[in-house]
Design a protein around this ligand. Structure first.
Ligand code: HEM
Length: 404
């Protein structure tokens, strides 16, 4: 069937890409004892070739946070901090309390598929005396039309993406990292997001965002030709050797103008994206054909016009029209209550991993911000670009490749 084999696990896109021992969420719904329960026992290895939290299916919840390095901490302070964080994350991802700090918050829980993914912001390199190691591709993202960015909710020297199938576990991990950073790095911003909880649907499916769209269908998939080259860096050109096996992460806090969006009839909403809300099938194929059906951008609709409108999001964002630009999207929804005007403060914590943002996010967003039908319903409110170091080697520490 359409989409078969793509859709194992919770969230969008990369679901099913990597097998790890997260058990079937349905069992967890039966209320098995915490920690020993099915969902709680899921464990993602922290160490490996690439950092965890890139290829794995999205967990039910995420905490994003960025820290700024304290004046005077320097390279040695940074190394000590990363070693401390590594010791902690080793234990937390195993569902064990850390030795250096514990507040008993996660005592009864298992690992809950916890992942902690680290990124370095551009300013870190100067602060830590590592300016000669800053990748050229970490240059600031350009300003895009319509940007309404709050610098206090983006950027930062050290970024962490903390995903877990239990909110307490994720919050506990963030609190632990913050405590261990005392005196070396201060929290700059944090955001909380969510994706579908494993086991919430009768069968594993690609997740939906807060506009109600199936989101994550046309993501690059491990095993596909050229996947690694799209997502992971290799040394050479102006890419530094220390980043080989790493990636770049673009973060955008994108508010959805939901009051406005929800006034549109479903058929109009579908034309904004180019896919149906019911099953994610492209408008170039019959309804019910499923999200896995190939998109045909040249197909005509009944009125003789393009079946997928000229400003449809999937047409404007498609790699074919952007010099092959590709990225692995792994965003989470957020919902932070209401703004003073009563509209929802809600949207997407857009996260995209790529081998080079100059060839991935930037050209695509440049085009989207000018001619995408969806942009009318969005407001980009915060932004970050981070170099994501490669995986943590056995016996080594997080980010050590930069400091060696
Ligand atoms: C595809 C939603 C922002 C890049 C899609 C799809 C949806 C969607 C529903 C179709 C299903 C899929 O393939 O995943 C959204 C929403 C956004 C947003 C709600 C903001 C809140 C962005 C941004 C970028 C982007 C900022 C990059 C700059 C893409 C790409 C595709 C895509 C590359 C796949 C296009 C293809 O079919 O080849 N998005 N998107 N999206 N989106 Fe977005």
């Amino acid at each position: 069937t359409a989409g078969a084999g793509l859709l194992v696990g919770a969230g969008a896109g990369v679901a099913g890409a990597v097998a790890y021992d997260r058990p079937d969420g349905d069992t967890a719904a039966n209320g098995v004892a915490a920690g020993g329960g099915a969902l709680g026992t899921g464990r993602v290895p922290f160490r490996g070739e690439h950092q965890a939290g890139i290829l794995e299916p999205q967990q039910a919840g995420v905490r994003l946070a960025a820290f700024d390095l304290a004046d005077g901490a320097g390279r040695d302070g940074l190394r000590t901090l990363l070693q401390r964080w590594t010791r902690a994350v080793d234990r937390l991802t195993a569902g064990e309390p850390t030795q250096e700090f514990d507040n008993q918050v996660a005592l009864d829980a298992g690992p809950c598929s916890l992942t902690v993914t680290l990124g370095f912001g551009a300013a870190l390199f100067d602060r830590a005396g590592l300016a000669d190691r800053r990748p050229a591709a970490l240059e600031p993202l350009p300003a895009f039309p319509g940007d309404a960015l709050d610098p206090a909710r983006g950027g930062g020297d050290l970024f962490v993406q903390i995903g877990a199938d239990d909110a307490l576990v994720a919050v506990h991990a963030l609190r632990t990292l913050q405590k261990l950073a005392t005196g070396t790095a201060a929290l700059r911003w944090q955001s909380a997001g969510f994706a579908r909880t494993p086991g919430a649907t009768a069968r594993p499916m690609t997740g939906r965002n807060l506009m109600g769209q199936i989101d994550g269908t046309n993501n690059p998939r491990p095993g596909e030709d050229g996947f690694a080259a799209k997502v992971f860096c290799t040394a050479g050109g102006d890419q530094p050797a220390w980043l080989a096996g790493g990636s770049y992460l673009v973060f955008r806090r994108i508010r959805m103008l939901l009051d406005h969006w929800e006034e549109l009839p479903v058929e109009r909403q579908e034309r904004v994206i180019g896919r149906r809300k019911s099953d994610g099938s492209p408008l170039s194929a019959p309804a019910g054909s499923g999200e896995g059906t190939a998109v045909d951008l040249s197909a005509q609709g009944p009125d003789g016009g393009p079946a997928i409108p000229s400003d449809a999001h999937i047409r404007v964002a498609a790699p074919a029209g952007n010099g092959g630009a590709a990225m692995l999207r792994r965003g989470f929804s957020y919902h932070d209550g209401a703004l003073p005007d009563g509209s929802p403060d809600a949207g997407l914590l857009f996260l995209a991993f790529q081998a080079d943002p100059r060839k991935g996010f930037t050209p695509v967003q440049r085009k989207l911000s000018r001619g995408d039908g969806l942009s009318r319903f969005l407001r980009h409110e915060a932004s970050g670009l981070y170099a994501v170091p490669p995986g943590v080697p056995a016996g080594g520490y997080l980010g050590q490749q930069l400091l060696e």
